[in-house]
Design a protein around this ligand. Sequence first.
Ligand code: ZN
Ligand code: ZN
Length: 375
Amino acid sequence: MASVLHYAEGKVNELVDSVKRHKAGEGERLVTGMAPYGVGQPLKEYSYVSPKLKEDEVEIKVMYCGLCHSDLMMWRNETMNSVYPFIPGHEAIGRITQIGDKVDASKFPTGRTVGVGWMRTACHECGFCTSDMDNVCDKGVGTIENGNNGGFADYIRIDSKWVFPIPEELNPATCGPLLCAGITVFSPLKRFGALRGGKKIGLLGLGGLGHLAVKMAKAMGNYVVVFSHSEDKEEDAKAFGADAYVNYESTASPVGLDDYNQKLDFVLCTQYSQLNWLSFMEVLKPRGTWVLLGVIPSVVVPMPMTSLLLKERTLTSSKVGSSNDHEEMLNFCAQHRIEPDIEHTYKLEELQQAFDDFDKKGFKYRAVISVDPQL
Ligand SMILES: [Zn+2]
Ligand SMILES: [Zn+2]
């Protein structure tokens, strides 16, 4: 596990001042964004010098960056790999300003609109990287993990393998959340056969991930039932295309689930509070699959093995998606005009407010930070 550095505020300010005084040398870039200086500390302006562009890296001038629950988790070091200060943000949309010597200039011409997601780099060589599973590479690094700096900043320099052209059909101001929330649901939909249509899918939870999952699963031609504990989201679910909606808290469990007894091919689960796991598992067909999504380290699944064994069910999870899946997802969303629903767009200097709003009341679906919309 990565070491965690907790700076005292005074020490951090000295550090920031020293970085600001340090002028970027030839080929380097002085990057300015917003960073917490310690666990859950306020987000303040922060600058760092990004080293010379590596041969396989690109430099991006950031326009917009989506706000994800994982940014809040990293802010509070809930995954125990935050190194402070660091700039959060891992759903960045911007334009190419420079490319390294070995980067394909036809794919990444200067000015091209591109996106960055959860992954910053991987080894490119291991068995996972060479078999379309580079998202689980042992040497993979998250965009904002271990002290790396993300997209709530004017620039980001990053491995071109994890930078993705944004199709013209997508709106740079709103499509950022596709790079984390979107790929997190697209990849398991593809892995469990929904891309070809004809599956019966359950979606547990209708938030940032869930609402994109409904849109994508329907565009792929599947039957979708949303299970939610919200009383006010049925209309939205239907508007996103869901075939059915079950408010599982308004029914004495397992009554609300009876209609789906052994009916569903798989369930994408993004909602964990007060779940009756035993009742829910029964909605899966024999050999059906339950997919845990999102990063909530406190979640423990109380699962008697017989719930799995008797119907040969699978309990699994999924981590964003491979680099190839990212490109496929963006092209799919462009083709079907699928975009996240953005409740609020904040300015970069309002980042603390955005974090507080997300923390205290949440967003109905998603929020975006406008970094430099004039680009
Ligand atoms: Zn995320
Ligand atoms: Zn690898």
